[in-house]
Design a protein around this ligand. Structure first.
Ligand SMILES: Nc1ncnc2c1ncn2[C@@H]1O[C@H](COP(=O)(O)OP(=O)(O)OP(=O)(O)O)[C@@H](O)[C@H]1O
Ligand SMILES: [Zn+2]
Length: 628
């Protein structure tokens, strides 16, 4: 339930309460009016009639109501009496009193005025109850603590381990859980220890939910799931009730799996800084902890949870006997990506030129969800060009689309700006092609794409790298500075804002070199990277004392690294000025220049260049010229 929905519901609630209030007031009014009517005996009525004191009369089947010309001694000038005489109408006519018949059921009106507010009240109650119980229907308020949890149960899960690829280690660890769930009793007898809670840790889209479902599918057991983020903004007590309910239902269905997605939304470490909704979360978390402590693993219930931020979880959750095992579900490596592509590619018609190995090589850093999306985008690209099948080119289009944003041909650059962007991009490309240990340039373009990018250079990694040398990092900075260096060289020092993004990335690399990898001699062999809170608290004083002096040293070291990269880039471009000009000419004429077109220009085969890529970087690195 999102907050927008909640506030809309609140508005409606206010409206209903207001309406109910109005009705009550109206009812009061009606009933006072009713009380100003005097009930009189029929004889008195006849008397009044004889004395000619009646102004008007309404005759019902059972009663007679009317108004008097003068008030009664009680001050009331309206009366009601039971109807007795059938010949009455004649007598009334004789005296010239107006006679009206009252439709039968007049009493119902007063009954309704009682019942209606009650109905409105119940409606409000019912409606509020729904809000509390998360759309589960009647009785939220009445049955707090007993509300049916919004638990999703799936019985016949078709997903198996075959549908999850590229996460072999995680699958291996979960295989144990599968064999336990298949036969909880004999498993326990062998003395094997089965963890109660397993935490799946990894970036979004790496297939944690998919894995959990596959475990249920493999073991053919029911799958109960609930999301941590659904507990946000609930009334106190309801979240805990849901958790209790979830475990109760699960115990009845054992053997089974309980899956808690986004555990971090619920199990955020408790601290003094908490704001609204905190009590609720704490109660829910406490309930979860006590359920975890309380249940007996031999019952055959296994709790799986997923998070992409294990560092913010309450340590209490990770204690032995709770989520005592963590399984890493990381971004897939190249082989993993091939495997994931194979799983998803069956959904589309691919051409013969599609080599999944090549696609995987172009998508370093993609998660399983990214790859599934890529297949989809490639199919869309093929459809758009009315192709019979999805070709390799469609894949490349889709990758570029995902990596660099959507092509935006509509923005037209002026002649001068085009020239500047072309020199900028060609600067990156030429420096990259001239340095060893740098991802080879795949494509240079001056077609603006996406928001804020006027041109871009795509470098292609072909293998995943886990170690990088100081030289490789320095070269990377030089490539990032290549755009600005080229502008400086060509436009006589008149640099532009186009290098903002490059500068930021170059600075980031330099900061990591200095503060994380200890690659600067003056600053020395130690890290200054942010540490977990506990560590910070213990060493804060030291850091503060060290900060002023060391901070300056770090600043100087970072600046030197970036400036050195800039100098090296400029040297290269100066030496290869002719190549730079030729490349720019080609770029302005064609808008894009590919590696194949680029290579003969330089008189060397770029494809043979040593290929690298950072471990954490996305697919291809794109150096874009920013607009601002
Ligand atoms: N390893 C994988 N193998 C095959 N498909 C995958 C894999 N990982 C992700 N996918 C695809 O991506 C989709 C989304 O993955 P899933 O929801 O399981 O990711 P998640 O890690 O749970 O993400 P989140 O943290 O955002 O919940 C899956 O339904 C599947 O189509
Ligand atoms: Zn740039």
């Amino acid at each position: 339930m999102d907050s927008e929905q909640i506030s809309r519901k609140q508005t409606i609630a206010m409206a209903i309460i207001f309406l109910g209030g109005m009705l009550l007031v109206a009812f009061q009014f009606v009933s006072t009016a009713y009380n100003s009517i005097e009930t009189i005996p029929y004889s008195q009525f006849e008397q009044l009639l004889a004395q000619d004191k009646l102004a008007e009369v309404s005759v019902g089947t059972d009663t007679i109501q009317g108004k008097l010309k003068d008030p009664l001694p009680s001050g009331k000038s309206a009366f009601v009496t039971a109807r007795v005489d059938l010949a009455l109408a004649e007598k009334l006519a004789a005296k010239g009193v107006s006679v009206t018949g009252i439709p039968s059921g007049g009493g119902l009106q007063s009954l309704l005025s009682w019942i209606f507010p009650v109905i409105v009240f119940f409606l409000i109650w019912f409606w509020l109850g729904r809000g509390v119980a998360g759309g589960q229907g009647f009785g939220g308020l009445m049955a707090i603590g007993k509300s049916r949890a919004k638990v999703y149960v799936e019985k016949d899960i078709k997903v198996t381990f075959a549908d999850v690829a590229g996460v072999d280690e995680a699958k291996f660890e979960l295989q144990e859980v599968v064999s336990f769930l298949k036969d909880p009793k004999s498993y326990g007898r062998l003395g094997a220890h089965v963890p109660k809670g397993i935490l799946l840790v990894g970036p979004p889209g790496t297939g944690k939910t998919l894995l959990a479902r596959a475990v249920a599918g493999e073991a053919a057991v029911p799958f109960f799931s609930i999301s941590g983020s659904e507990f946000v903004e609930m009334f106190v007590g309801v979240g805990a009730a849901r958790v209790r309910d979830l475990f109760e239902q699960a115990r009845k269905a054992a053997p089974c799996i309980i899956f808690v997605d986004e555990l971090d939304a619920l199990g955020r470490s408790r601290g003094p800084l908490s704001v609204g909704g905190y009590d609720e979360k704490e109660q829910t978390l406490n309930q979860l902890l006590s359920e975890l402590d309380g249940f007996d693993p031999s019952a055959g219930v296994i709790l799986l949870a997923a998070t992409n931020r294990p560092e913010i979880l309450d340590p209490a959750l990770l204690r032995a006997g709770r989520f005592d095992r963590q399984v890493l579900v990381d971004r897939p490596d190249k082989n993993g990506r091939v495997a994931i592509l194979k799983v998803h590619v069956s959904k589309i018609h691919t051409g013969e030129d599609v080599d999944l190995e090549k696609v995987a090589a172009l998508t370093t850093g993609f998660t399983g969800a990214d790859l599934a999306n890529l297949i989809n985008e490639a199919a869309i690209a093929a459809t758009r060009r009315n192709g019979e099948e999805v070709s390799f080119a469609d894949f490349v289009t889709a990758i570029e689309r995902i990596v660099a944003g959507i092509e935006k041909k509509s923005r037209v650059l002026g002649k001068n700006e085009r020239r500047r962007v072309a020199y900028h991009e060609m600067g990156h490309a030429l420096v990259a092609a001239s340095l060893p240990g740098v991802d080879p340039v795949q494509k240079v373009s001056i077609i603006p794409r996406g928001i804020g990018a006027l041109g871009y250079t795509i470098q292609r990694p072909t293998e995943d790298r886990f170690l990088l040398t100081i030289e490789e990092l320095k070269n990377r900075i030089a490539v990032l500075m290549g755009g600005r260096a080229s502008e400086r060289l060509i436009f006589d020092g008149a640099i532009s804002t186009g290098a903002a993004d490059d500068l930021q990335r170059a600075t980031e690399v330099a900061i990591e070199m200095v503060t994380k990898y200890g690659m600067d001699e003056t600053v020395g062999q130690r890290t200054y990277a942010p540490k977990p809170q506990a560590f910070m608290a213990a060493t804060q004083d030291t850091i503060v004392a060290a900060a002023e002096a060391t901070g300056r040293e770090i600043d100087v070291a970072v600046r030197n690294l970036v400036e050195e990269g800039d100098r090296r880039a400029r040297d290269i471009l100066q030496r290869k000025r002719a190549d730079l000009d030729a490349g720019v000419e080609m770029l302005i004429a064609n808008e894009t220049v590919t590696a194949e077109q680029f290579a003969p220009l330089l008189g060397k085969n770029i494809e043979t260049a040593d290929r690298t890529s950072p471990r954490s970087a996305r697919a291809m690195s794109v150096s874009a010229t920013s607009t601002s």
